[in-house]
Design a protein around this ligand. Structure first.
Ligand SMILES: C[S@@+](CC[C@H](N)C(=O)[O-])C[C@H]1O[C@@H](n2cnc3c(N)ncnc32)[C@H](O)[C@@H]1O
Length: 295
């Protein structure tokens, strides 16, 4: 999941050149709430000379204010706007807050290793590996290897399974008997052939595909086309970070994964979006991310 530090566009993902109405609302509420609550303190957000907002981790006080504000906002919106506005506006503003607080999960770790995942999404991944009896996860986008290690740890507990993780460069120091790393572009023919060979060698019956490499729409669409045939009927592809197409703080990197997903399912009747699974924990980085093969 989350964002790719290695691509030229990635450094921009934690920045926003302009504020959307939603950001103005969220940041405005956060900055004004302390004054309204009697704190009489104005919270300054770091800005470059060009006016770019640079996201950083929030202080505890700021986070508390945001939580209280979100509580009030969600209670009111549930009353006046459910069910149409509520999921969209509240989910997006809460997710923006979560991204802002954590520096987009850039310091999140699994057993001490950096894992670039929203923990709610990671939990959904664990449920899928267990519930779908996954015996092989093919992950495009290794980065530091935290997500591969996370999945391998779950497989250790289950006593079954393997992870095949692909990255265009070697950035990980993780070593684990259940993980094989492939260095190469996920869309190169040689990489796809190597993946097919590994599926045969491992005699994997229930492979799952996880797309978390280059998040540009074109690249993700190509990955979907290349890896879809490897998914058995009833199996899943998880397309991560479709929030790029939804959150205004990430608008510079569109079209992204959600665009690719919509293009793909519109043209391939064998696959459909599993909306229940994709919305299970609401504050997901991967809206419409779970795609199931139905035929
Ligand atoms: C968001 S990170 C992956 C994070 C990792 N899955 C995790 O959760 O810890 C994206 C990774 O994709 C890699 N990448 C970029 N373009 C790629 C490509 N064409 N093929 C394979 N990997 C690529 C980058 O090098 C980067 O390490």
């Amino acid at each position: 999941m989350v964002l790719n530090s290695a691509t030229p566009s990635s450094s921009r993902l934690l920045r926003s050149e302009k504020r959307s109405p939603l950001e103005v609302l969220a940041f405005g509420l956060m900055t004004r709430a302390p004054e309204a609550a009697g704190h009489r303190r104005r919270v300054e957000y770091p800005q470059s000379t060009t006016g770019t907002i640079v996201l950083r981790e929030g202080t505890q006080e700021e986070i508390d204010v945001m939580s209280r504000t979100m509580d009030r906002l969600t209670t009111r919106m549930r009353l006046i706007a459910a069910p149409t506005w509520y999921p969209k506006v509240v989910r997006r503003s809460a997710l923006t807050g979560l991204i802002w607080k954590t520096g987009n999960f850039t310091k999140t770790t699994w057993l001490g290793h950096p894992i670039w995942q929203n923990p709610l999404d990671a939990w959904g991944l664990q449920e899928a590996i267990v519930g779908d009896s996954i015996d092989l996860v093919i992950e495009c986008g290794t980065n530091r290897g935290g997500s591969a290690l996370y999945m391998a740890s779950i497989m250790d507990l289950l006593g079954r399974g393997h992870v095949l993780s692909i990255d265009i460069e070697k950035l990980t120091e993780v070593e684990h008997p259940r993980i094989d790393f492939i260095v190469g572009s996920s869309t190169d023919d040689a990489t796809v052939e190597e993946v097919q060979r590994r599926i045969r060698d491992l005699q994997a019956q229930k492979p799952m595909i996880l797309l978390d490499s280059d998040h540009s729409g074109k690249h993700v669409l190509r990955e979907l086309e290349l890896y879809a045939p490897l998914v058995p009927v009833g199996g899943y592809i998880l397309v991560q970070d479709g929030c790029i197409d939804e959150l205004s703080i990430m608008r510079q990197d569109r079209p992204g994964p959600l665009w690719a997903t919509n293009q793909f399912v519109a043209n391939d009747a064998r696959f459909e979006i599993d909306r229940d699974r994709s919305t299970r924990y609401l504050y997901t980085h991967s809206p419409s991310g779970w795609i199931r093969r139905v035929s």
